[in-house]
Design a protein around this ligand. Structure first.
Ligand code: F6R
Length: 608
């Protein structure tokens, strides 16, 4: 979705802002723009389409100045166009505003401003902000922004400059993240750390309803009531290298290959093999209640929801907790009735998904305690919780989530194991699970070793316009995730199904042109999955099987086999998902898709 990068410092702002915009490209956008200030002069350029076009446009232009604001827009109000791109401005072109989020009462405000004689230049909700700030300005930009905050409803992350308030950027937040970056050469503000990690890893998170006046040498945070806030900087663990391609053709492939490392990072410092009990410091604030919890709700969206869906089976296997899983976007429509001491676990890579946040707020209102399994430190979801576990997966730039999925599965397995060991799970089972987790990174590496075999399978089938993915129990969500990955990066239509449902409808689709990816590790579901494959083969459907190494029965039956090492049943999803990710990646490559930035998708979905 939309992205923000601002800079005030000693250096030329234009190249820093363009570089920041490039780092925000992965979030999804349709237009972009920037405004650079030099004393009382502001030069502003906006362009439809890629940042490269904006860069081409500004390269020939004199854009002096060491402060400025820049934005990638993902259209919500008004079509993608130059007029609707940000920065938006007031009539006198004194105020320039960039905005993430949605102003819900913009219609009323716009009507009122029009009655007062304001002529609007765009169809955006953001433009009302520029006019309002302009009308309130009497020399103090922060004060004008504060007064405007009092008039608007909805969500915003804002960056504002004013012709008559040089050398400062005022930023404000309500429901849309903003982070201040501190460096020796000045200050940054971004909606996402990756936009500035090349320059600094010292950050300060702006919190709800706060604003900040940022200058080259300092920043002043205050509340909507003009109360000054002191907040010290934090160090983020992400580095500039994390956001580079490092020789890979796409971030998606890079992130798929990072997965052995991702699992190691999620396990680091958290294993106590002798006791068969993991250590999870982040949940200690709620431990006394959590260890007696008997009802848990896992909520998330998209790929994170499929991680939650696998975790539900793992919780059922390892603990005595009655575990429910819910799509965050559907959650608020339900009549919720939580038994006492219910915990909701919100699972999110970005930590900013609006539906997940809304589900959490609703659950809190109804008395549930909140935990988070989140990748982005300091994100909105992590701040909403009573405790939680960070994934430490590093930045995920490819829009399609890959490494975060295995990271979420790792951390959720640790949580289930910890709770299980305080319930009925034996020492032997605990130790066995920890040993199996420790072996996973090497096993993932083995699966990645088959990439060229998987590429050849993708080459054989990428022309097929419909695919089916099947699995049972732990691997039913892997079928759903495999289908989602293929859809989103290759635009091939794919369906994920619980294999037991085949006879209830989907088997009607089977024909020689429709490949089925069957996830069939050697587990308690093996025989039943074999029957499903028989049924598909008798109807001449091609089968690509993801099976355990040395499974002769599957080799005899399937057209193509991708082997995964032997592992405990409940850990098979972590290995089985890798071939699904690679199949999706290579199909998208053969179809020449925009793999890291699939059409219509955004990395961080901050609107409901
Ligand atoms: C799919 C994908 C999305 C996200 C979903 C939730 O590849 O990336 O389905 O998983 O939007 O996002 P987070 O995990 O950031 O809450």
């Amino acid at each position: 979705m939309c992205g923000i990068i601002c800079y005030v410092g000693q250096k030329d702002a234009k190249p820093i802002l363009i570089e920041g915009l490039k780092r925000l490209e992965y979030r999804g956008y349709d237009s972009a723009g920037l405004a650079v200030q030099d004393g009382n002069e502001i030069s502003c350029y906006r362009e439809l389409g890629k940042i490269a076009s904006l860069e081409g446009l500004v390269n020939g232009q004199p854009m002096e100045g060491t402060s400025g604001i820049a934005h990638t827009r993902w259209a919500t109000h008004g079509e993608p166009s130059v007029q609707n791109a940000h920065p938006q401005r007031d009539q006198a072109e004194n105020v320039f505003v960039i905005h993430n989020g949605i102003i819900e009462n913009y219609h009323l405000l716009k009507k009122r401003l029009e009655k007062e004689g304001v002529a609007f230049q765009s169809e955006t909700d953001t433009e009302v902000l520029a006019h309002l700030i302009s009308s309130h300005f009497d020399g103090d930009l922060a004060d004008a922004v504060r007064k405007t905050m009092g008039q608007v409803e909805g969500t915003f992350g804002l960056g504002v400059i004013h012709r008559h308030a040089p050398d400062q950027v005022v930023v404000a937040r309500r429901g849309s993240p903003l982070i201040i970056g501190v460096s020796d050469d000045g200050h940054f503000v971004a909606s996402d750390v990756s936009a500035m990690v090349r320059y600094t890893n010292k950050v300060v998170h702006l919190q709800e309803n706060e604003l900040a006046t940022v200058t080259a040498d300092d920043f002043f945070i205050s509340t909507a009531q003009a109360q000054r806030i002191e907040r010290s900087t934090e160090t983020v663990e992400w580095s500039a290298e994390d956001v580079e391609l490092n020789g890979f053709p796409h971030y998606m492939l890079k992130e798929i290959y990072e997965q052995p490392h991702t699992i190691k990072n999620a396990l680091r410092g958290r294993l106590e093999p002798g006791e068969g009990v993991p250590k999870l410091g982040g949940i200690m604030p709620v431990w006394e209640d959590l260890k007696n919890c008997r009802h848990m709700v896992l909520v998330a969206c998209g790929t994170s929801f499929y991680a939650a869906s696998v975790a539900k089976y793992i919780f059922e296997k390892l603990t005595e907790i009655d575990t429910e899983v819910g799509l965050a976007s559907e959650f608020r429509y339900r009549k919720l009735n939580f038994p006492p001491n219910t915990f909701m676990v919100a699972i999110s890579q970005s930590g900013e998904t609006a539906d997940t946040l809304a589900a959490m707020k609703e659950a809190k209102r109804k008395g549930a305690r909140l935990l988070g399994v989140v990748n982005v430190v300091g994100s909105s979801i992590s701040r909403e919780t009573d405790g939680g576990i960070y994934n430490h997966a590093g930045p995920e730039i490819g829009v399609a989530s890959t490494k975060n999925f295995v990271s979420q599965l790792t951390t959720l397995t640790l949580l289930a194991l910890l709770l299980g060991r305080h319930q009925n799970l034996s020492l032997t089972e605990g130790v066995r699970a920890i040993r199996a987790l420790e072996a996973l990174p090497e096993q993932v590496r083995e699966v990645l070793g088959q990439a060229s075999h998987i590429e050849a399978i993708a080459e054989k089938y990428y022309h097929c316009t419909n695919w089916l993915f099947l699995g049972r129990k732990y691997n039913y969500p892997i079928a759903l995730e495999g289908a989602l990955k293929l859809k989103e990066v290759s635009y091939i239509h794919a369906e994920g199904y619980a294999a037991g449902e085949m006879k209830h409808g989907p088997i009607a689709l089977i024909n020689p042109e429709m490949p089925t990816v069957a996830v069939i590790p050697k587990d308690e579901m093996h025989e039943k999955m074999l029957s499903n494959i028989h049924e598909i083969k008798s109807r001449k459907g091609p089968v690509i099987a993801i099976a355990t190494q040395g499974d002769e029965k599957v080799r005899d039956l399937a057209d193509d086999v991708i082997e995964i090492p032997h592992v405990l049943d409940f850990l098979t999803p972590m290995l089985a998902v890798i071939p699904c990710q690679l199949l999706a990646y290579y199909c998208a490559k053969f179809l020449e898709r925009d793999i890291d930035k699939p059409r219509n998708l955004a990395k961080s979905v901050t609107v409901e």
